[in-house]
Design a protein around this ligand. Structure first.
Ligand code: MLT
Length: 282
């Protein structure tokens, strides 16, 4: 079910598969860069037994632009939607840039998390080379070349064998990317340039953390992500073999079962003391 809510004067779009999100630990799904909530469609059938909320981050899908660039701004928007739905705790899963948002959320609102999953994502800030690439992207977008920018973005996100055998999947994601507003894409690029190092967030997280990684991911090098995955005190690590940056489309069954197992595990854990306090106050 699609919802459009005006929250703090901004339209926010999100999708639910159940009517009631009270008294449960929903799974909340955040898409990545140049994507929207439709990213998650291949894994939804395997996640249908519990409440799932998919959010269009500000500036993507049907959601208005963010008031300012920043992963923290997206995290605040996610929190406002959870509040609107009466969700006090959830398991948050973010794909790539959505994982950067999940980390910003974990830093700002730890009491609202029963766990979080980084799907092809990591806690490191941008390298100077990546910042330079993103700045070139912003120039291209400001020059009115959105379609070209998006068309060259997606093919390299998939493992080469998948991109060759399933070009229609790559094309579909390019087409969705090209519908996203230029200002939203620019805000996301600026927000990723500005984002902070979240190694401390992983270290400080008292809830379980999951990493779902692609063996052939060209954006998130496996070795770096595995190094970060040693940091949380409770961690689940899944490496999808032969998969690039887009396991949700490249290996939906494995991705969905990893998400589901972790979500169920987190939902069974006792509620920590600080979360009880938040639930009473909310
Ligand atoms: C994404 O898929 O969200 C992006 O590749 C993340 C990034 O560029 O760092």
């Amino acid at each position: 079910m699609k919802h459009v809510s005006t929250i703090n004067g901004q339209n926010r779009t999100f999708f639910t598969n159940k009517d009631d999100f009270h008294a449960t630990i929903p799974l909340v799904l955040l898409h990545g860069f140049c994507e929207d909530a439709s990213l998650w469609e291949p894994v939804l059938p395997l996640l249908s037994d519990g409440p799932v909320l998919r959010i269009d981050l500000p500036g993507f899908g049907g959601s208005d632009l963010p008031p300012a660039p920043g992963m923290e701004v997206y995290a605040d928007a996610v929190c406002a939607i959870l509040h609107e739905l009466g969700i006090t705790r959830c398991v948050l899963a973010g794909h790539s840039m959505g994982g950067y948002v999940a980390l910003a959320f974990a830093r700002a609102y730890p009491e609202r998390l029963a766990g979080y999953t980084l799907v092809h994502s990591h806690p490191y800030p941008d390298t100077p080379e990546r910042i330079e690439n993103r700045r070139r992207g912003i120039e291209m977008l400001q020059a009115g070349k959105k379609d070209l920018y998006v068309a060259q973005l997606f093919p390299g996100l998939f493992a080469p064998a998948f991109a060759q055998t399933r070009p229609e999947v790559v094309d579909a994601l390019v087409q969705t990317g090209q519908t996203q507003p230029t200002e939203g894409i620019i805000a996301a690029l600026q927000g990723m340039i500005d984002r902070q190092n979240h190694l401390d967030t992983l270290r400080d997280s008292t809830c379980p953390v999951q990493f779902i990684l692609g063996e052939l991911d060209a954006i998130v090098p496996l070795e770096d992500a595995l190094a970060a995955a040693t940091i949380p005190s409770t961690v689940d690590i899944r490496v999808l073999s032969g998969v690039g940056h887009m396991g949700i489309w490249e290996a939906p069954q494995h991705t969905a079962s990893a998400l589901r197992d972790f979500w169920k595990f987190c939902a069974q854990q006792p509620v920590p003391e600080h979360s009880n306090k938040t639930q009473t106050a909310a």
